[in-house]
Design a protein around this ligand. Structure first.
Ligand SMILES: [Zn+2]
Length: 468
């Protein structure tokens, strides 16, 4: 009975853990390494195990750092079963097709340079066909929250709501080898409390061994009510100046949460009568359709709203602009528009066009609600650069810039600690965090839980669960 981490153990991304029980091999997540070149280069490297020997893959949720290498796993020989919740499967289909498209474009660009330099051409990591093949393989095994499933000899799996994104789960395993049994819980990514639409994370049961994330293990979040009021201020101030709001938005979860909050503001009569809200991202529109089809995953507030006839995804000022011509027509609106468009860090996509049109106008407002990584246009605007280069053109940044914190999809330190305490586990191993954060969080757990064996999960080194 062994557990080995092959990803998210050295950094935050590339979640991938191998559980071996009896003679079965169960892989937990198979995500993309994201970040700088050094991290991205890891995606092409061998997995550290033979994909053709994996019997089952279990997916905690549909973020690309948890699913991004699943098509590659199949391409390299994996033919086992894939288990997840239904929304995870549907969102994964969307994200992986998008990922194949991004890989194709980036390979094409690199090969253009290589051809000029007379270097051998690269093959894409995977393509659309690989994605469609793996999606077909995935279509058969969807699990409901709380349903215990025997997936192979000595391995029972239960997925419980992690409150992170639609369909996200933490994975609870009842393991048996001979006369020995162990309870193992993998946290996946745990959500923040009081988030719109989805439920708060479920309280975990007692466990012998816990592998948990630590993304925000070194800090606490501002309460979500504060975030809503900050967003309201940013929008209303911008409208008072006679401008538009541009919100660079991540397509999955963040866009839907924003629509929910904007619907609340509109319903409460806080927005002007002629307000227009645009969701200008084909991927976010498709993700929203998936949200609409899975109302059984909503929390009680979202259910109460629907019962009263409200709908955060269909209300008068909201327009979905999937077609390019509809997106372009937003340029004609000079004031009282809220434009949600990707990418979330202004690294490409339709938000660039909206920034070009609105950044130059001092009456407009750019509202950042998500993390802006180093060297992105988003970070440059955020830190107050006077000009920013967008699609090769230098654009003056005259508009107001607002930052709204607290929309994070991850639990803060307080919630992570309380979740860990509920497991009453004596063995807590930490993954999925920056190296310093992981160390900081293990220190915090040592003084705030009764567990005596708290460690950073080692990379590619098996932990014998029976020895604990
Ligand atoms: Zn995630």
């Amino acid at each position: 009975m062994k557990l080995t981490s092959f990803g998210a153990s050295e950094g935050v991304t590339g979640s991938c853990h191998l559980l071996e029980v009896n003679n079965s091999k169960i892989l937990i997540d198979c995500g993309t390494f994201q970040g700088g070149k050094e991290e991205r280069d890891k995606n092409d490297e061998p997995f550290g195990f033979d994909p053709s020997t994996i019997d089952h893959l279990i997916v905690s949720h549909a973020h690309i750092d948890h699913i991004g290498r699943v098509p590659l796993l199949r391409k390299r020989g994996f033919r086992g079963q894939i288990h997840s919740t239904r929304p995870s499967y549907e969102l994964a289909r969307l994200s992986l097709l998008d990922s194949a498209n991004l890989i194709a474009r980036s390979t094409q660009w690199k090969n253009k340079k290589r051809k000029e330099a007379g270097e051998p051409l690269l093959q894409p990591l995977y393509d659309e066909e690989d994605v469609l093949d793996v999606i077909e393989q995935w279509a058969h095994n969807q699990i409901k929250y709380g349903e215990k499933l025997n997936i192979c000899e000595g391995v029972d799996l239960t997925i419980k709501d992690a409150g992170h994104i639609l369909g996200s789960g933490f994975l609870s395993f009842d393991l048996k080898e001979g006369k020995e049994s162990r309870k193992f819980i993998f946290s996946g990514d745990l959500g923040n409390i009081d988030k719109p639409i989805i439920c708060d994370p479920t309280t975990p049961e007692e466990a012998d061994f816990v592998l948990m994330e630590s993304t925000y293990g070194d800090r606490d979040h501002v309460p979500f009510s504060q975030s809503i009021s900050d967003l309201e201020t940013a929008v209303l101030e911008t409208f008072e100046r006679g401008g538009n709001c541009v919100i660079p938005t991540f397509a999955l979860e963040r866009a839907q949460e924003l629509l929910y909050v904007l619907h609340e503001m509109w319903k409460d009569g806080k927005l002007p009568d002629d307000v227009k809200i645009f969701l200008d991202s084909p991927m976010a529109i498709s993700a929203t359709r998936i949200f609409e089809n899975h109302r059984d995953f909503y929390d009680k507030h979202a259910h109460a709203l629907l019962e009263k006839g409200g709908n955060p995804f269909q209300f008068p000022p909201l327009t979905y602009t999937r077609a390019t011509r509809d997106s372009i027509s937003i340029n004609d609106v000079q004031k009282n528009a809220i434009i949600l468009a990707g990418s979330g860090m202004c690294t490409g996509g339709r938000v660039i066009h909206h920034l070009k049109h609105n950044l130059t106008r001092k009456e407009c407002g750019v509202i950042f609600i998500g993390y802006q990584a180093r060297n992105t246009a988003g970070r440059k605007i955020l830190r107050g650069d006077k000009f920013v280069t967008l699609y090769g053109e230098s654009i003056p940044t005259n508009s107001e810039v607002y930052v709204v914190n607290g929309f994070s999809g991850h639990a803060g330190r307080k919630e992570l600690t309380s979740w860990a305490n509920s497991t009453k586990s004596n063995n807590i191993f930490v993954v999925h965090g920056e190296p310093d954060t992981k160390i900081e969080f293990t220190k915090h757990l040592k003084s705030h839980t009764n567990a005596s064996n708290i460690k950073v999960m080692p990379h590619a080194k098996a932990i014998d669960l029976l020895s604990l």
